[in-house]
Design a protein around this ligand. Structure first.
Ligand SMILES: *Cc1c(COP(=O)(O)O)cnc(C)c1O
Length: 360
């Protein structure tokens, strides 16, 4: 069977060479006589896998030594609660920028445990832009400020990191991790569910500055306390072994490709092929202001719901799957994460041109 071009927002495509390597090693990984799924997480066969994944992540993302890297479960959604539970001090104050559904969900958890405040929001225009932010808008007394770096549903991203002064900035990077350079030192903490750009679902990556650890709220469950995991090398309990293994293979693939700089260049080329087409099309239109466009998620519409539905149906029949937009935006969305080849984007554009001709 031919593989499709999968434009899903997540879980999404994995690089073909990674899947092939995993397939080749499925029954017998590294001469262990077993698959990674069957190994003890404390065995000498698994140790190099988790240690290799961490050191490669540190290398490709240039993570400074004073940051811990954790491989957790629970998805980015668990981080919405873990962040306030661990980062609130006595003050229990935090600033949230509301740029979409995920940012809103994070904010709701911040409010459950303390005084979370909305700094700015782009809800007035269906989250089609990133609000203009400056340092004076942030509370200098807050325990942390939270942003969602790439808004998966709406297709916006921050192109500059807001200046919050000495207040630690927390970034949800679920849908842009490994897609472009990030200056980790500008953040107190970063987190990401792995299923968009790193691995299968089940793994959550946390990168946290050491000085932010150690004052979790009393009510924090043991499993939700970062220190539980920093003190045990992400092995307090059984970690998501197979996703960590795939994460390592993805990082090896990325490194071979030239690292994040090379990946970012490819991602810009891919995304702007599509944006240039949208800007010149008479039928299709992007929904995001041009300066805040995501490199990973590209929503677009025809302006006619019937035509949108026809497009999604016909594209699917040709092997371009999961192009239907999120129900809150409508239309279409092409998620073009690291593993989507440029050829997939080119083929989609060719189909869009043909569809436009045929449906004038
Ligand atoms: C997908 C996504 C989430 C939710 O991730 P889970 O791992 O499913 O909890 C959170 N934030 C962003 C930006 C996402 O894209």
């Amino acid at each position: 069977m031919d593989r499709v071009y999968n434009f899903s927002a997540g879980p999404s495509m994995l690089p073909l060479p990674v899947l092939e390597k995993a397939q080749a090693e499925m029954l017998n990984c590294n001469g262990s006589g077993q698959s990674v799924m069957e190994m003890s997480h404390r065995s000498k066969d698994f140790t190099p896998i988790i240690e290799g994944a961490e050191s490669l992540l540190r290398e490709v993302m240039s993570i400074p030594d004073n940051y811990k890297v954790l491989f957790l479960q629970g998805g980015a959604s668990s981080q919405f609660a873990m962040v306030p539970m661990n980062l609130y001090t006595e003050k229990k104050k935090a600033d949230y920028v509301i740029t979409g559904q995920w940012a809103k969900k994070a904010y709701a958890e911040g409010k459950r445990y303390g005084n979370a405040r909305e700094v700015a929001s782009s809800a007035d225009k269906t989250f089609s832009y990133i609000p203009k932010l400056d340092k004076s808008m942030f509370d200098p007394d807050a325990d942390f400020a939270h942003i969602c770096m790439n808004n998966t549903i709406y297709g916006t991203r921050y192109t500059t990191i807001p200046d919050t002064g000495s207040v630690p900035l927390v970034g949800d990077i679920s849908s842009m991790i490994l897609s472009q350079k990030i200056d980790v030192s500008k953040f107190g903490m970063l987190y990401a569910g792995a299923q968009k750009n790193v691995a299968p679902a089940g793994l959550t990556i946390v990168i946290i500055r050491e000085d932010l650890l150690g004052h979790a709220m009393d009510i924090t469950p043991t499993m939700f306390n970062y220190v539980t995991h920093t003190e045990n090398g992400s092995m307090f309990n059984t970690p998501p072994c197979y996703p960590i293994y795939i994460c390592k293979l993805v990082l090896e693939w990325l490194k071979d490709l030239g690292g994040i700089e090379a990946m970012e260049k490819i991602n810009i080329e891919k995304a702007y092929m599509l944006y240039d087409f949208l800007d010149n099309s008479k039928m299709f239109k992007g929904t995001v202001v041009s300066e805040d466009r995501s490199l990973m998620n590209v929503p677009f519409i025809t302006g006619n719901e019937e035509l949108d539905a026809k497009f999604v149906k016909e594209s699917k029949a040709l092997g371009f799957v999961n192009l239907k937009g999120h129900r809150s935006v409508g239309g279409m969305r092409a998620s073009i994460y690291n593993a989507m080849p440029a050829q997939g984007v080119k083929a989609l554009i060719e189909f869009m041109k043909k569809f436009e001709m045929e449906n004038k």
